[in-house]
Design a protein around this ligand. Structure first.
Ligand code: 5GP
Ligand code: ZN
Length: 142
């Protein structure tokens, strides 16, 4: 548990939340300021700031809960689909520094856009740059 972390306080029961599902390691609850009805957050119960800070197994557990909840969430609010995403890092819009996945129900006429719409102009990358980037990622993933 991290002091001054809202989500750690929710896990500890110090701040109320509308819990929809939990396991020993993962908690899912309704977002307090939802982008759509049914907007749900899924967090590890232990404090990790970023996606990559979680142990591999825990990251799998968090995603498994997100995947399990998609259908119940969509059914509960009669949604047509959902955006399933993490804001990872302050620069990416992460406001609460305890990693959390969003499941945001989507509706045919909700006026929302795809994740691609977050970004501006696409970078022009040559084949050599793409090869270098791919090789560098592959090295790091070893
Ligand atoms: P972020 O921008 O960090 O990806 O998303 C943080 C989310 O947490 C926001 O959607 C915000 O509405 C939600 N949130 C912030 N504080 C609380 C809280 O105390 N309780 C709940 N349930 N949600 C919160
Ligand atoms: Zn925390």
């Amino acid at each position: 548990m991290s002091d001054d972390c809202i989500f750690c306080s929710i896990v500890a029961g110090e701040i109320p939340s509308r819990t929809v599902y939990e396991t020993d390691d993962v908690l899912a609850f309704l977002d307090a300021n939802p982008l759509a009805p049914g907007h749900t957050l899924v967090i590890p119960k232990s404090h990790h700031e970023h996606v990559q800070d979680m142990p591999n197994d825990l990251a799998g557990d968090v995603f498994a809960v997100m995947q399990r909840l998609v259908h119940p969430i969509e059914s509960a609010v009669d949604a047509d689909g959902s955006t399933v995403a993490f804001n990872n890092g302050e620069v990416a819009g992460q406001e609460v520094p305890h990693t959390h996945g969003h499941v945001v129900p989507r509706f045919e006429d909700d006026g929302g856009r795809p994740i691609h719409s977050i970004f501006g102009e696409r970078p022009e990358l040559g084949d050599d740059e793409l090869d270098d980037i791919a090789a560098s990622i592959a090295d790091g993933a070893e």
